[in-house]
Design a protein around this ligand. Sequence first.
Ligand SMILES: *[C@@H]1O[C@H](CO)[C@@H](O)[C@H](O)[C@H]1NC(C)=O
Length: 269
Amino acid sequence: MTSPPAPVLSLFLLFLLIAYPLCHAAAPLTEYCSYDKKASSAAKANIARVLATLQSNAPSNGFYTASYGTGSVDRAYGLAQCRQDVSVEDCRICLRDAPPQLSKRCKGQAEAWMWFDYCFVRYDTTPFTGKFDSGYGVYDYSEYNVTENVVEQRRFDRELRSLLGKVKTQAAARGNLGLGRDQTKFSSAVTIYALAQCTRDLPSQACSKCLSTEIGYFAQFCPQRKACRGLTSGCYLRYEIYPFFFPLSPGSPKASLAAEPLVSKVVSP
Ligand SMILES: *[C@@H]1O[C@H](CO)[C@@H](O)[C@H](O)[C@H]1NC(C)=O
């Protein structure tokens, strides 16, 4: 038996080095850490327990809430969930990795959350479930316009507004577990795909309010852009001109990077 030549071997090792972190921990789309709100040492211990509980219990059904501790400042509350359209396996991987990443990147903070593409995780020392919070949000949008024709840009914005309204209504409807997704053909070459996902603890009205807030910022940041997404503590709203939510229709083009680079805007109260 002959061993493979050294360059082949080192290329293979390089590949492993690059591929390993990719299939083991996705990078968050965004994170929020409350740098001005530190956790007491008792709260830190409760937060650690909450995150460990989320990590062991959330992957099995894609949604879990937990709380630990006593007292009004030391008690910790947490929530973890997947986007409702992703597979059980993708959800499981995302929720296994998300809580440790959150605890590492927001160490010592009393409140924190992270959106990944497939899942969301959050904790706080004040109860938050069921309530819409209009605070911090991140908006990422493509630098590129869908078209440079101004009349077509306006038509795109109208079509987009109507599509976003539809996914918001779906997401807020009882029984949809916070998920809305739809698409609309803008031209022979361009189809717009949109997805909305509220956290499952939010009642219909709060989900709707959360998405309306994001739609408002979309109108400010994203007109005629090729892509845009909004991330807050209660909902995720995104559109692209390629299919990105599941189920992907057979033969649909692969997600492209055509909409990159993204510009990021932070909105805070
Ligand atoms: C996109 O369209 C807007 C509005 O028509 C225009 O002002 C802007 O310069 C365009 N941006 C690019 C990158 O072409």
